[in-house]
Design a protein around this ligand. Structure first.
Ligand code: ATP
Length: 230
């Protein structure tokens, strides 16, 4: 369980507050208008954006000051953060050890993760030789080997077409079910919310609201969410 305790974030004239609890094994969609602070919230959870007040508490331990790599989360960005000069295997291996010294057991975990996302045949290729969807799957294989309890996704599949996007969402859904991780995903697509989320964190007017059950909220949105959904 992650407590986001009376958190305040200030970036120039922009302010965002959040106070909520995220449960293990749940899938949260973060939605709201452009510029509302969705990426900022994820950045704060991941340790890339400092808090001006409040605490982050993971399983009873204060992680507010912890460096990104020491937090219980993996973050996947829209560009997938793949290194073009490294092979698919090496890109996934970075998830286990950034200096790429891997034990035989580590290497077998990389092989298994590539099998899991259907990319065994591409292990020695460079990312540039892969399609956008395949690159997304390399990034997901890296998430798999990291095996952290919280997965943060910031509009990861926005550049993909609808069929591929759904395929990736289903894969993410399977992976978090297999690993027991909680998923916190920024998206602009109501279809994504319906497809994957248990709960919705609505960000608007300087506040990231506490999670609400997704299906009920999307079926009967309050006025400000209805304005956003259009
Ligand atoms: N480093 C920064 N310094 C000052 N202001 C910033 C900084 N980073 C972000 N902001 C501001 O914070 C606000 C929230 O930005 P953020 O990217 O979190 O919104 P978002 O909800 O993710 O938007 P979008 O849906 O368009 O991606 C914006 O007004 C942005 O201009």
């Amino acid at each position: 369980m992650l407590r986001i305790e009376k958190v305040e974030i200030t970036l120039g004239s922009f302010r965002l507050s959040a106070d909520m609890t995220l449960e293990q094994g749940r899938k949260y969609a973060v939605i709201g208008p452009s510029g509302a602070g969705k990426s900022t919230l994820l950045g704060a959870l991941g340790g890339f954006v400092p808090l001006t007040a409040g605490r982050l508490v993971w399983q009873g331990q204060d992680i507010t000051q912890a460096a990104p790599g020491a937090r219980p989360m993996t973050m996947l960005f829209q560009d997938n953060n793949l290194f073009p000069h490294l092979s698919v295997t090496q890109n996934v291996g970075l998830g286990i050890n950034p200096d790429m010294r891997l034990s035989a057991e580590d290497r077998s975990r990389v092989t298994q993760a590539l099998e899991r996302v259907g990319l065994s045949a591409y292990a020695d290729k460079r990312p540039g030789a892969l399609s956008g969807g395949q690159q997304g799957r390399v990034a997901l294989a890296r998430v798999l080997v990291q095996a952290r309890p919280l997965l943060l996704l910031d509009e990861p599949f926005a550049a993909l077409g609808p069929a591929l996007r759904n395929e990736m969402l289903d894969l993410v859904q399977d992976l978090v079910a297999e690993t027991g991780a909680a998923l916190i995903m920024v998206t602009h697509a109501p279809d994504d919310v319906r497809r994957i989320a248990d709960e919705v964190i609505f960000v608007a007017g300087g506040v990231a609201e506490a999670p609400q059950p997704a299906a009920a909220l999307m079926d009967n949105p309050p006025p400000e969410l209805r304005d956003y959904l259009g």
